[in-house]
Design a protein around this ligand. Structure first.
Ligand code: TXA
Ligand code: MG
Length: 345
């Protein structure tokens, strides 16, 4: 009973397209629908309606202490959500919106408490994807939307990923094809001085520094003894069914590790890149995640590759690692969560 509406993101006049109208109508009636953004697919509901927001948590199986991002299409909607947009936040908005950046701002209490999980702040993002923009405008609502995966699974970058996780649990899916960036938005807390990165994502720290100068990292991102300030960052996430290990030493070490499993009866997968696609003939499944020389292609393919390992039914995955420059920071953050923090020296 989950409807799927195909829609061409290139088509003009999206707000008038029947598929967008149908999805927007569902939102207005309090139902929840999935839609593409430039990062990953989101699962949207009316941010002002407690009942809709509850449906989102239920469909995902998401812990209720993990707040949602509110998606908007214009500045007027932002002003209605927060008590102030100070100059640094304004600078970020002018530089990066619409785009893969989420700002944590002081909340005006306009959205349901369930959206903010009781926090005094609200996370706001203006996506650039034409289908997301059209849906927000057609519904006339601020749309609360976490990534449209079952809680704990890799975020969806294609409509069939959403369908796999949420078929029968949501009213519909707008299928606008593959998303672009492939990892989620960068979440920045604008209530601190300097601003703080709570989750690395589509906009790199380097770019943020270029725009506003000082930028801090949430200590909870790297230190195990600190609770992250973005509640979602403390949960197990992105995990494939197999036991995954990151192998920073690379190829030779991965060969050794595979050899050491020879008599274990376990099937072995390797996560690699174009450059090394033929380097692991002894592995049971070798999945290629973009090109090492083009980090944005690695981000683009990451979640699809993590999901594909489940189909390959491998028991163990050894993964190459990446430089943490630019988008690489988000890639390594997601990989290390997928591996449950397991790193082999
Ligand atoms: O790219 C994205 O951001 C995607 C698309 C759909 O827009 N959305 C997404 O949402 O990744 P979600 O719910 O999977 O991740 C939201 C993150 C969580 O880590 C959550 O804890 C954090 O943002 N967050 C939300 N509101 C917050 C707040 N008021 N203070 C601190 N962290 C917050
Ligand atoms: Mg998520």
């Amino acid at each position: 009973e989950t409807q799927v509406w195909r829609v061409d993101p290139e088509a003009v006049d999206l707000e008038q397209t029947p598929q967008i109208k149908a999805a927007a109508e569902k939102l207005v009636r309090g139902e929840i629908v999935a839609f593409p953004t430039e990062t990953v697919y989101g699962l949207g509901g009316n941010a002002k309606l407690r009942d809709s927001v509850q449906k989102i948590y239920e469909a995902k199986g998401r812990p209720s202490d993990n707040p949602l991002i509110v998606h908007v299409a214009n500045l007027e909607q932002v002003r209605a959500l927060c008590t102030e947009i100070h100059p640094i936040a304004k600078k970020l908005i002018d530089t990066f919106w619409p785009g893969p950046l989420t700002l944590v701002l002081p909340s005006r209490g306009e959205v349901s408490n369930a959206v903010t999980a009781g926090l005094p702040t609200v996370a706001v993002r203006m996506p650039s994807h034409p289908v997301a923009r059209a849906l927000i405008l057609a519904s006339g609502l601020p749309i609360a939307a976490p990534s449209a995966n079952s809680s704990g699974r890799p975020s969806p970058t294609r409509a069939d990923h959403v369908f796999h996780d949420l078929d029968g649990k949501i009213a519909g899916i707008l299928d606008g094809g593959e998303t672009g960036v492939g990892v989620e938005s960068t979440v920045v807390d604008c209530t601190t001085t300097p601003i703080t990165i709570l989750r690395p994502g589509g906009i790199s720290k380097e770019k943020l520094i270029e725009a506003v100068g000082a930028v801090a990292d949430d200590p909870g991102l790297t230190r195990l003894d600190q609770t992250p300030k973005a509640p979602g960052m403390k949960y197990k996430h992105y995990a494939p069914e197999a036991m995954m290990y990151l192998v920073p030493a690379g190829k030779d070490r991965i060969h050794e590790l595979i050899a050491s499993q020879e008599n274990s009866g376990r099937t072995i997968g390797v996560l690699t890149t174009e450059e090394n696609r033929d380097s692991y003939p002894e592995a049971d499944a070798v999945l290629v995640c973009g090109k090492r020389s083009k980090p944005e292609t690695v981000a683009h393919h990451l979640f699809d590759v993590l999901r594909s390992f489940d189909q390959k039914k491998v028991d163990v995955i050894y993964s190459e690692t990446f430089s943490e420059n630019g988008i690489g920071k988000a890639v390594m953050n997601r990989l290390s969560k997928a591996a449950g923090g397991r790193v082999v020296d």
